[in-house]
Design a protein around this ligand. Structure first.
Ligand code: SF4
Length: 371
């Protein structure tokens, strides 16, 4: 089983915290879609005939694409790859794009899961992020998605916002859970260098929330979502019973995936490759019949560390026997015992998992066990 990722590199406006690859100039949308159709054809053997079980339109803002363009991309996927009948087809959408008409078109095109970039229901926070929507549009978008028949909805949430109090976060969380989405992805705000927030922070005009307060906010998020019936199956991902994101899960299970579009990454078990993060150069190169990408062959150390890093973040944890059988690697036993004593991890039946306390330091703990 494998996954397909389609990167749509356009946004209405730049959110102040975002360092993804996107452009706010939309003149070349149709040409870019044509280039992606060419790339899908050229890459039809990348997955070596494995069935595609997830298709994911990410970005950028895929909901900016016309339904015709989404339909054309879906058609090309079906033409060139064996797609499972029950494939999960997710599209990332911003609330301000989701009219009933658009939603109906998306459904008809085969999209069966929406990931809505709401981030917050607090209008002051949304403004400070330079989001293109407000809280009213956010609420309306979920209601419209339900009315259009979508039964599998993810909502993105950002916590650890500068100056946000615990009370304000709690109020925000109430709004999220009142809408009963099947899935919530919760991310701590990080201030990246090449963003407006990065620029403001460098000039002393924006102070990140201190690390200990961000950790408190994360605890608040975990507690609230668990009390509301969500299962935290990965550090940043929470779902109602049975509504795991198949697409996200396939990354943690080291399944193959093909990424199409500028800046999209692909993985085939042995190597990773990534397309050029430049829309014009991408289009020009595909017009000449060449995919502009770079590749890195994964060393044994890369594979071990990726396995540790991704699996430790999940509720199933790291399978120590798998590490031994596949990579002939055993993490440092003394470190395991020490962290067990500190209440950060537990080992049960050969599965190494994080405790609640450990979840606050997930990445640092994984680094301790690296090859
Ligand atoms: S809409 Fe999404 S991809 Fe676009 S700038 Fe905002 S956060 Fe980044």
């Amino acid at each position: 089983m494998a996954g397909l990722y389609l990167h749509i590199p356009f946004c209405k406006q730049a959110c102040y915290y975002c360092d993804f690859h996107f452009s706010t100039r939309h003149q070349g949308v149709d040409e870019l879609v044509q280039a992606m159709l060419r790339e899908l054809r050229l890459q039809q053997h990348y997955l070596e005939g494995e069935s595609v079980e997830t298709i994911y339109f990410g970005g950028g803002t895929p909901s900016l694409l016309s339904v015709e363009n989404i339909r054309a991309l879906m058609q090309a996927v079906y033409n060139h790859f064996p797609v499972l009948g029950a494939a999960e087809v997710t599209l990332e959408a911003n609330p301000d794009d989701l009219t009933l008409e658009k939603l109906g078109g998306l459904k008809e095109a085969g999209v069966n899961r929406l990931s809505i970039g709401i981030q917050s229901f607090n209008d002051t926070v949304l403004k400070s992020f330079n989001r293109a929507h407000n809280s009213e549009q956010a609420r309306a978008s979920v209601q419209a998605a339900r009315a259009a028949g979508f039964e599998n909805i993810n909502i993105d949430l950002i916590y650890g916002v500068p100056n946000q109090t615990r009370e304000a976060l709690q109020q925000d969380l109430d709004h999220f859970t009142q809408l009963n989405p099947e899935h919530i992805s919760a991310y701590a705000l990080t201030i990246e260098e090449k963003t407006v927030f990065g620029y403001q922070s460098k000039r002393g005009r924006l102070a990140a929330l201190p690390e200990n307060e961000t950790a408190e906010h994360f605890e608040c998020v975990m507690r609230h979502l668990e009390d509301s019936g969500y299962e935290q199956y990965e550090i940043s991902n929470f779902c109602m019973p049975g509504h795991y994101s198949k697409h996200n899960s396939s990354y943690w299970q080291q399944k193959k995936y093909l990424g199409v579009g500028p800046s999209a990454h692909s993985y085939n078990g042995q190597s990773r490759q990534w397309n050029i993060a430049n829309n014009q150069l991408y289009v020009r190169s595909l017009a000449a019949g060449t995919i502009p990408f770079e590749r890195e062959v994964l060393t044994r150390a890369n594979q071990i560390n990726e396995f540790l890093f991704t699996t430790l973040r999940t509720r199933w944890g790291t399978d120590l026997q798998h590490l031994k059988n596949v990579f002939q690697f055993t993490p440092d036993q003394q470190k395991i015992q020490l962290m067990e004593k500190q209440g950060m991890i537990q080992v049960d039946n050969g599965q190494l998992t994080l405790t609640q306390k450990g979840k606050l330091l997930a990445d640092k703990i994984a680094l301790e066990f690296f090859y």
